[in-house]
Write a protein that binds this ligand. Sequence first.
Ligand SMILES: [Fe+2]
Length: 104
Amino acid sequence: MGFEQYHEPAGELPQETRTFARMIVSLTEEAEAINWYEQRISVEKDRDARAIMKNAQQEEMKHFGMDLEFLLRQKPKWREILKGILFQDGDIVKHGEEAEEDAK
Ligand SMILES: [Fe+2]
């Protein structure tokens, strides 16, 4: 079992910070799984195998979204910024800059 998510002595970290670290690690693991499935799907020739992997990839995206939502509930300012970026049409970078400015 690895404890690489801690960069400070775990015993000195408050429970909330340890949970936050676990969820950050989960988020990155879900993102890695999404990436691995994307690559597997792109090379798999069998239609049924591709369908199963697409289904699994969608599950990983759901997990990614739940992890992100958990983290954003801990960080209201991040949540405000992402509200200005996610699910918006148009220039992503512009939305990001504006959302960050609005959240100051
Ligand atoms: Fe997952």
